[in-house]
Write a protein that binds this ligand. Structure first.
Ligand SMILES: Cc1cc2nc3c(=O)[nH]c(=O)nc-3n(C[C@H](O)[C@H](O)[C@H](O)COP(=O)(O)O)c2cc1C
Length: 134
């Protein structure tokens, strides 16, 4: 069984750009090696993350993520069984400001939501649109 979790969180006040880069890069590496797909974005002090993969692995990863001192006020938007295969690897990115906005990248982020069922996909797309400084 595959499972997906979507949440938003607030980065710790003193979190430096270098440390955020480290989180984005190490998450991408570990997730791609462990067949975890989804998306991790950082924008204006907040994280937005979708993790999707084998259920036990996702539950354990989320427990680790929740304990991580580099962010707080984690709000889980949902956790759901997924019946579709994951397909597009793991993407992570800084979204700094609207000057960085790029239609192709946005489409890629939206594609990551396609592993979710339709109703969840629409909800996440809407959150993503608010989250991204477009
Ligand atoms: C916002 C945020 C998102 C994270 N996402 C992931 C992730 O998707 N995959 C991952 O392996 N680690 C992620 N981490 C890092 C984990 O919290 C943790 O440091 C990592 O799993 C290593 O755990 P360990 O030191 O217990 O081995 C994230 C951390 C933060 C703050």
């Amino acid at each position: 069984m595959r499972y997906a979790i979507v949440y938003v969180s607030t980065a710790s006040k003193d979190l430096e750009k270098k440390e955020i880069e480290r989180i984005l890069n190490s998450s991408k590496t570990w997730n791609n090696e462990n067949d975890v797909t989804g998306l991790l974005l950082f924008s204006e002090g907040n994280f937005f993350q979708i993790i999707e993969g084998e259920k036990k692995k996702i539950s354990e990863l989320f427990e680790d993520i929740k304990k991580d001192k580099r962010h707080h006020d984690i709000i889980q938007i949902f956790g759901k069984d997924i019946h579709k295969e994951a397909y597009d690897g793991y993407a992570s990115d800084f979204v700094l400001d609207s000057a960085d906005y790029d239609q192709e990248k946005f489409q890629h982020y939206l594609n990551q939501t396609k592993v979710l069922e339709k109703s969840a996909q629409i909800a996440v797309e809407n959150i993503l649109k608010v989250f991204l400084p477009i």
